[in-house]
Design a protein around this ligand. Structure first.
Ligand code: NAD
Length: 478
């Protein structure tokens, strides 16, 4: 049985407690590795390692920091296949998706921020004849990066890369459900020449080791992606010590389909946005709000393509839809489908557990439901699985009201050929990320994050560089 280890001060080591948790393979339901059950003793060791590394890392010339991070990006590319296989095994996601999206994006994250720091400039404010002010973006020191299980290496590196680029030392914690690629990243970091202690990776349970990272007084900021309830706990704990926090949380994202859109493209992309990664992406569109005059036409085309989705063994190259992350999560998703039936919904396709190729893992069919009130639980709560609800609307006003009618505000896709309407609706939808006639088209320079209960703060581009640094103004009298 493979034993995953913590990565502290450039060395792999077991947790201080010497106890391990079981790691399941979602496609089969088998235990296939063990994960350290770390606690605050491991956090203390990681903090000590980071403290001794901070001074030289933060003072390293930017070009040298950039060079090491670019090398790490190259190593991720070099090991793309091995990493993709590990990601697919750990999450149940199709290997093709891990190859095309997860692992290339992890390399892109390091490459992007390694380049961003060499092009980054700070501001100066001249008081003519009196003084000059210049603003230094000082690294914070030690920062915590806590990430979820749905896009493991992609989201872990989305935090770690800007934090390191700005000269911080990191204590990272991937999800206990998907530790493998973060573990493999440690080895690549050493090979890239990252000095010991600059990046430390601890594994284990959120309320135990995750919370110990948040609570440690020497950890200056927490960048967190995960559920809204966890974000609330972390926000409260961090506020106690006036720590900076970035919280990227859940969503209940609408796709708004106007009758004048390119319906064929809207259907094709809505199938992707509903079921990519088994619907386990925070940006998935789980409420499809459709103008009544094209509702039936959209529904027919949508259901046809959903039925054609290649569901099954994630290790086959042509699989488009794999297993859910865990038995608990599968039962949660099935529970929501059951509730949707009770609340009067009609299941148009899917609705149950399946066992492709007799695999014993956690597979749930892509599921489409109609006939539910916008206020019922499945249209309000984040399912984070392959369940999508179709909702008709009759006016632009109604579409906006339904789109905004949840506690969340992460992303929204608007489908129309009317440019004025696209802008008008976009400005009124309360979501941090709006796509017009597309979905998940990402430019890493743009601010990324949610409104309302979908988060606090923004990641990406300059926003991330600002988050992982502290402006210090220096005023020099002339
Ligand atoms: P989660 O909140 O259960 O866990 C996320 C991470 O936080 C894990 O590493 C976990 O161990 C850790 N954690 C849990 N409790 C903690 C605590 N008390 N203190 C510190 N750390 C703790 O979320 P999840 O189930 O792993 O991920 C699914 C959620 O993530 C969904 O709600 C999804 O929408 C959200 N998500 C959001 C984004 C975004 O960018 N907004 C992206 C991906 C996923």
């Amino acid at each position: 049985m493979k034993k995953i280890l913590n990565y502290i001060a450039g060395e792999f080591q077991p947790p201080d407690s010497k106890t391990f948790l079981e790691n399941y393979e979602p496609a089969t339901g088998d235990i296939y590795s063990e994960v350290p059950d770390s606690d605050k003793a491991d956090v203390a060791m990681a903090v000590a390692a980071a403290e001794s590394a901070f001074s030289s890392w933060s003072q390293l010339p930017i070009a040298e920091r950039s060079r090491i991070l670019l090398k790490l990006a190259d190593l991720i590319d070099e090991h793309q296949d091995r990493l993709a296989q590990a990601e697919s095994k750990d999450t149940g996601k199709p290997i093709a998706l891990a190859r095309a999206v997860d692992i290339p994006r992890a390399a892109a994250n390091f490459r992007f921020f390694a380049s961003a720091i060499v092009n980054h400039s700070s501001s100066a404010h001249v008081m003519e004849g009196v003084a000059v002010n210049y603003t230094r973006q000082a690294p914070l020191g030690i920062v915590g990066c806590i990430s979820p299980w749905n896009l493991p290496l992609y989201l872990f590196t989305w935090k770690v890369a800007p934090a390191l680029a700005m000269g911080n030392c990191v204590i990272g914690k991937p999800s206990e459900l998907t530790p493998m690629t973060a573990y493999m990243l440690g080895e690549l970091a050493t090979r890239a020449g990252l000095p010991p202690g600059v990046l430390n990776i601890l594994h284990g349970l959120g309320p135990k080791v995750g919370q110990a990272i948040v609570e440690h007084p020497r950890v200056k900021a927490i960048s967190f992606t995960g559920g809204t309830n966890t974000g609330r706990i972390i926000g409260k704990l961090a506020a106690d010590q006036f720590k900076k926090v970035s919280l990227e949380l859940g969503g209940k994202n609408p796709n708004v389909i106007f009758a004048d859109c390119d319906l064929e493209e809207a259907i094709r992309t809505s199938v992707l946005s509903a079921f990519r990664n088994q619907g386990e992406i925070c940006l998935c569109g789980s409420r499809i709000i459709i103008e009544a005059s094209v509702y039936e036409e959209f529904k027919e085309g949508f259901l046809k393509q959903v039925r054609e989705l290649k569901v099954g063994n994630p290790y086959r190259d042509d699989t488009a839809f794999g297993a859910l992350i865990s038995e608990d999560h599968m039962n949660k998703v099935l529970g929501y489908i059951h509730k949707a039936r009770e609340e009067g919904g009609t299941i148009l396709v899917g609705g149950g557990r399946i066992h492709p190729e007799d695999l014993g893992g956690y597979f749930v069919e892509p599921t489409v439901i109609e006939g539910l009130d916008p206020d019922c639980s499945i249209n309000q709560e984040e399912v984070f699985g392959p369940v999508v609800s179709l909702i008709p609307f009759s006016s632009e006003e109604e579409a906006i009201s339904v789109a905004n009618g949840t506690a969340y505000g992460l992303s929204c896709s608007i489908w129309t050929r009317d440019v004025s309407r696209a802008h008008r609706v976009a400005h009124r939808v309360q979501s941090g990320v709006i796509w017009v006639n597309c979905w998940m088209l990402r430019d890493l320079r743009t601010p990324f994050g949610g409104m309302k209960q979908s988060g606090v703060g923004r990641e990406g581009g300059d926003e991330a560089l600002r988050f992982f640094s502290e402006p210090q103004n220096i005023c020099v009298k002339q």
